[in-house]
Design a protein around this ligand. Structure first.
Ligand code: GLC
Length: 433
């Protein structure tokens, strides 16, 4: 790419961040997602840091202002009224001072905070603000390893597909069979007014998303009981890898700030998580798989969630096998990385998390690979990501076969990832013992 082209792309990415900036938080995109989303904000903060570090910290601080008393950080904060999105606050009814949803999302905050702080040219200026965040992130990790891991297995379960961030992944098809649809209140979707319905989840899936929501609402959003009460309890390698990575990164950050107890407990969480995630490895698939915590059986679905496991410091032989897996996936499509294996008959190139490529996932996988000697593969993933941008613009996701832009446009975290890619997206050495 020529220097002029890099400058042009960086300019476009910055424009999108500014356009979706609501002052103290950023919306993922206008129309389709008019509120603050949890992992979108944390990944966006990394992009913002390249333009304005103060604004980057503010993005995360705003999110964490809405942390629940039990430590959960909700997946959406409904900062203002907007009828363009369903289900809105009147459906969730979580009773929070500023309305929020009642479930969480991949805990990428520890990773994001460390990355931004490591690069900060003026650390002393931000130290106390970062310390405040570190304590809140620690409480969130504590929540996940208790409320979502009541038996102390070292792996947190998600109780709703939206918690994985991969809403309609093929991973959820089998466990979803157990989720009923009877009795849900009539509703009208809004997402299909903003994006092509063929790129979005189906009605059957939406019915089940809502059944779970109403089930949790009936139980007063009491996280002490929701895990055991949910017919949907899945241990997702992607979610857990992000959590493990965030624990390891939070430990480093806490250590640097002299928060020694937080450093110790997060190091311990990461170590326990790393040994526990091995239970999700599948030799036959050559990657990690989801585990259905209700049946204790692995879920036969080779999605990108199991490839994303490399974002945590998994053993070198696993990382190598994942490299091979990516090579195989790459031979079946033009652009890396499909969110599901194109060889699987259930693959759907344009439907959200059932096939399309997502830049945030590419970024995390490339980062994980680069840290274990997979620099070449990481580079191919980054090159593919930029090729998608050049072809389809700053879309929500892309068809990995044609490169066609799908879902919403002018997407915030896609823009943030482009800034990262243009910066080299370097991964510091892993420091976990
Ligand atoms: C979709 C994605 C989720 C994301 C949200 C906002 O629901 O599946 O991961 O956080 O949109 O961008």
């Amino acid at each position: 790419m020529t220097p002029e082209e890099r400058t042009r792309l960086a300019g476009l990415a910055s424009e999108i961040l500014r356009e979706n900036d609501r002052g103290t938080y950023t919306v993922p995109t206008k129309g389709l997602y008019p509120f603050q989303w949890n992992w979108d904000s944390c990944l966006t903060a990394i992009g913002f840091a390249a333009l304005d570090e103060d604004r980057a910290w503010l993005e995360m601080e705003t999110l964490f202002e809405h942390q629940w008393p039990d430590g959960m950080v909700p997946h959406i904060v409904f900062h203002q009224q907007d009828d363009g999105y369903f289900p809105g606050p009147e459906v969730w009814q979580t009773g929070r001072p500023v309305p929020t949803s009642g479930i969480t999302q991949p805990p990428v905050a520890g990773f994001a905070a460390r990355r931004i702080f490591d690069r900060s040219p003026d650390k002393t200026r931000f130290t106390e603000r970062v310390r405040g965040l570190v304590r809140k992130i620690d409480r969130w990790h504590d929540f996940l390893y208790s409320a979502r891991d009541p038996q102390g297995e070292g792996l947190a379960a998600i109780i709703h597909p939206w918690e994985a961030g991969r809403d309609n992944s093929i991973d959820w098809d089998d466990p979803f069979e157990r989720v009923p649809t009877e009795g849900i209140a009539p509703y009208q979707r809004r997402d299909v007014n903003h994006a092509d319905p063929a790129h979005r989840p189906t009605k059957e899936q939406y019915d089940r998303y809502l059944w779970l929501l109403e089930h949790f609402r009936r139980h007063g959003w009491n996280n002490a009981i929701l895990h055991d009460l949910s017919p949907f309890r899945v241990v997702d390698p992607g979610f857990n890898a992000i959590l493990i990575r965030s624990c390891a990164d939070l430990a480093e950050l806490a250590q640097a700030l002299g928060e020694l107890e937080i450093a110790r407990s997060n190091r311990q969480r990461a170590e326990k998580g790393l040994s526990a995630i091995e239970r999700l490895w599948s030799d036959s698939h050559g990657q990690y798989l989801c585990l259905d915590r209700v049946t204790s059986k692995p879920i036969d679905s080779a999605s990108v969630g199991g490839v994303l496991a490399v974002f945590a410091a998994v053993p070198e032989n696993r990382a190598q096998a994942i490299g091979n897996r990516i090579r195989a996936l790459g031979s079946r499509c033009r652009y890396l990385l499909p969110s599901h294996d194109p060889a699987d008959p259930r693959f759907d190139a344009k439907r959200y998390w059932r096939g399309p490529a997502w830049l945030i996932v590419n970024y995390m996988i490339a980062d994980g690979l680069a840290a274990v000697g997979g620099a070449e593969m990481a580079e191919s993933i980054r090159a593919s990501s930029l090729a998608l941008i050049k072809k389809g613009g700053f879309a929500e996701y892309y068809d990995p076969i044609t490169g066609e832009a799908c879902g919403g446009g002018r997407f915030t975290w896609t823009a943030a990832m482009v800034l990262e890619l243009l910066n080299g997206g370097e991964a510091p050495e892993r420091t976990l013992a």
